[in-house]
Design a protein around this ligand. Structure first.
Ligand code: GDG
Length: 475
């Protein structure tokens, strides 16, 4: 198998699942990334390398809807060391401004390096002469350098979906230099925001000692590496189409009825993650109820918390804390048939998500730190009648684009209460003014624009670093 375009990501766009009768099969896991990359992969006869979940070994390559997928297997030790350990208990909290304390373990690092090497070897095996390899996210930061050593003929791109921290935090990492050198194997390193690219450039200058100028790094061997921002987005048109469908609107009505037709519905949708600020937002909301600014007969807060990384200690602790808080809020403030918070620890199909977005009057997205946050963009895409209010944390990457949201500092509980109340009380004109502007932004900067801007930039990499891939999705 040889391919001109290779995507390397921790996860494949399909999961390995076991059916009730014990047989094993593949299930498509839909996401923005695959929606964006599928047409480009097809146009370039590309391949996607990634882990399908689970511990099954020696999985054969497969085709899904014309897309070629190459499953990488993981042992239980690798899942513990590389994935749950170094990726999610070291890098994740460190890169999210130490919202939780990162743990540093040498065995986790060893496992991270070994898994990165296996991914790099697989990419080196399948990339065609002069091909393009696009590596995704924080689990694979060493792959660019490892791959370049094996295949200097390739064009290599890397994209980080999460924030890249300032030097003051990054330098805590015992393996800081290896990570920077790992990333420098790429020709183009993409980030969500310009500030992250600047953090990276500054660290490379200070810690590795390379010459830099603006967004470029000059390596001793004559190669240059570019670091720039490519803010990710969603399939806006696809979401709007779903939101306009009769079935989704009927379901939205059903949801409102099931909640007792309250005047206003507040909504939060997040992976159950300590970066997302779920606890603080529920507290802010409950204080507004306690202080009689909002009546439990008038409003309800629906919080969807999608199970995530359940074997990592900090995530278990968080789940217990939220469980307790929701119990206390409803015990104190709820009435029979009228909870203050309707809490759902579960994941849902895309249609149900769209129905929730249609049903919600106030969308509350309050992470302490978030690379971008796609949920707020999905809400905006679904509000085709230009109504609804978005309360958004200043510390989500999306706040750079969605300036017309009610922006909040999630660490400031009183500030958050005022913003929630303002959004709750905003009249239709005010909502429309803000929503119209945000909808324009999301419709223009969609996921296709993101993928083609990255691949166009890759096509500008000097010819000695491989041949060009066709960047346009319709190519
Ligand atoms: C990382 C970065 C960055 C969630 N629950 C369900 C479901 N989802 C979908 C949402 C949304 C996506 O998952 C979540 O994306 P976010 O951006 O909100 O957050 P992370 O998972 O932390 O993503 C983040 C992103 O990567 C992309 O670069 O924006 O900053 O942390 O699309 O709709 N989808 C379905 N059922 C669920 O239960 N179908």
């Amino acid at each position: 198998m040889q391919a001109d375009l290779v995507i390397v990501a921790n996860r494949l766009p399909v999961d390995r699942v076991e059916l009730a009768d014990g047989t094993r099969t593949w299930r498509r896991s839909p996401g923005g990334l695959v929606t964006a990359l599928e047409p480009v992969l097809r146009a370039n006869d590309g391949v996607w390398i990634g882990w399908p979940g689970g511990t099954e070994q020696d999985l054969a390559p497969l085709e899904d809807d014309g897309m070629r997928l190459l499953p990488m297997s993981m042992t239980p030790e690798e899942i513990e060391g590389h994935y749950e350990g170094f990726s999610n208990a070291t890098i994740w909290p460190l890169y999210h401004d130490l919202v939780a304390k990162p743990a540093f373990h040498r065995e986790w690092w060893d496992s991270y390096r070994d898994v990165n090497r296996r991914f790099a070897e697989k990419a080196a095996e399948v990339a065609a002469e002069g091909g393009t390899v696009w590596i995704q996210d924080y689990q694979l930061q060493l792959v660019p350098e490892m791959l370049r050593e094996l295949r200097p003929d390739l064009r290599i791109g890397f994209y980080l979906h999460i924030p890249f921290p300032p030097a003051e935090l990054f330098q805590q990492l015992p393996w800081r230099r290896q990570i920077l050198e790992g990333l420098l194997g790429a020709d183009l390193v993409g980030f969500q925001l310009p500030g992250a690219a600047q953090n990276f450039i500054r660290l490379v200058r200070q810690r590795v000692g390379h010459k830099t100028h603006r967004d470029l790094v000059y390596l001793p061997d004559g190669r240059t590496v570019k670091a720039a921002a490519f803010p990710i987005s969603i399939d806006a048109a696809g979401f709007e189409e779903l939101a306009r469908s009769e079935s989704v609107n009927a379901r939205a009505k059903e949801i409102r009825e099931a909640l007792g037709n309250p005047r206003k519905i507040f909504l939060g949708v997040d992976r159950l993650d300590y970066t997302k600020g779920i606890y603080a937002r529920l507290r802010a909301f409950s204080e507004l109820m306690r202080d009689d600014h909002i009546d439990v007969d008038d409003a309800v807060f629906v919080q969807v918390a999608v199970p995530s990384r359940e074997r990592v200690e900090q995530y278990r602790v968080l789940r217990d804390e939220i469980d307790r808080l929701v119990g206390r809020i409803n015990g104190d403030l709820g009435r029979i048939g009228r909870p203050a918070v309707s809490y759902l620890h579960s994941s849902y199909p895309r249609e149900e998500m769209a129905a929730l977005y249609r049903a919600a009057d106030v969308m509350v997205v309050t992470p302490y730190r978030d690379g971008m946050n796609l949920v707020c963009k999905e809400y905006v895409a679904c509000r085709y009648e230009n109504d609804g209010a978005l309360v958004l944390s200043e510390f989500a990457g999306a706040a750079d684009e969605l300036r017309q949201a009610w922006l909040v500092n999630p660490y400031d509980l009183n500030g958050m209460k005022s913003a929630l109340l303002e959004a709750y009380q905003a009249d239709h004109r005010e909502q429309t003014r803000r929503m119209k502007a945000m909808r324009k932004t999301v419709a223009t900067n969609d996921i296709d624009a993101w993928a083609s801007s990255f691949l166009t930039e890759m096509a500008n990499v000097p010819a000695e670093h491989g041949k060009q891939v066709r960047p346009l999705t319709e190519a």
